[in-house]
Design a protein around this ligand. Structure first.
Ligand SMILES: NC(=O)c1ccc[n+]([C@@H]2O[C@H](COP(=O)([O-])OP(=O)(O)OC[C@H]3O[C@@H](n4cnc5c(N)ncnc54)[C@H](O)[C@@H]3O)[C@@H](O)[C@H]2O)c1
Length: 249
């Protein structure tokens, strides 16, 4: 993959997918600003990356706080001059059906998973527009594509992320900025057998990170507004039909 002296800002960087992505970007010399509400987590990650010779800076950021978003963006842009790649990755999926989600829980889940994408993107867009270059990758979910019972607010928020991605792609194409979504499903710490995916196993953060990195690379320049499932085929048609593999399979 090709990255020409790029700088990336990743939210939720201390988590499973964020950590894997930071290491993946590190392979290509991307300068990293790693933001998370969990400062100790991003500090530890940056120390490990720095030891490998990768430039990475930790940032404490709660993506539900508009002032903190503005201040982080200002500080990063003052130091780095530009942000070429933004990965809106922070998110949480607390359980809650339509019957047992309170109004406050609904607001919080929408704010964290959807509104933060809108706000963090707005904070970096003037710089990307000025440079006539940007790659924004938002984290969706299979929950936002087909819905998941027991995750009503989260599914609605991630569906919103997918539509926000498409709309931003249309509005920002003229500015040289592409916007895509990666929608993981069944991601765990290791590959484990799982009946719910056509590939018969769970996926890993590394596998999601490689898809995000490709969309962030210089080589993805004709792709915008797409939603890429990275889910082992989880959202394809249901398993258990009458079809059986033949000897050719
Ligand atoms: N793991 C999966 O199976 C899966 C499936 C579908 C979608 N996703 C999406 O991928 C993204 C990353 O998931 P993950 O598996 O790495 O999760 P994770 O829980 O390992 O990491 C999420 C990170 O977000 C951070 N975070 C939480 N609230 C925050 C806030 N208010 N401000 C800033 N940071 C905050 C956490 O501290 C954590 O480091 C999320 O958007 C998630 O919805 C994950």
């Amino acid at each position: 993959m090709k990255f020409e002296e790029r700088t990336a800002f990743i939210t939720g960087a201390a988590g499973r997918i964020g950590r894997a992505l930071a290491h993946e970007f590190g392979k290509y010399g991307v300068k990293l600003y790693l933001a998370d509400i969990n400062l100790a987590g991003v500090e530890k990650l940056c120390s490990a990356l720095n030891e490998d010779g990768i430039e990475a800076h930790p940032i404490q950021l709660n993506v539900m706080e508009p002032r903190q978003i503005a201040e982080s963006a200002e500080a990063v842009l003052a130091e780095a001059g530009r942000v070429d790649i933004l990965v809106n990755n922070a998110g949480k999926w607390p359980r809650g059906s339509i019957l047992d989600t309170s109004d406050a829980q609904w607001q919080e889940i929408i704010e964290l998973n959807l509104t933060s994408v809108f706000r963090v993107s707005q904070a970096f867009l003037p710089n990307m527009r000025k440079n006539a270059y940007g790659r924004i990758i938002n984290l969706g979910s299979i929950a936002g594509e087909v819905g998941l019972p027991g995750l009503c607010a989260y599914s609605a928020a991630k569906a919103g992320v997918i539509m926000l991605t498409k709309t931003m792609a249309m509005e920002l194409a003229i500015c040289g900025i592409t916007v895509n979504c990666v929608s993981p499903g069944m991601i765990a710490d290791a590959k484990q057998p799982h009946n719910g995916t056509w590939l018969g196993r769970t996926g890993t953060g590394d596998e999601v990170a490689r898809a995000i990195a490709f969309l962030a690379s210089d080589e993805s320049d004709y792709i915008t507004g797409a939603d890429f499932p990275v889910d082992g085929g989880r959202i394809l048609g249901p398993k258990g039909s009458d079809w059986k593999p033949t000897e050719k399979n």
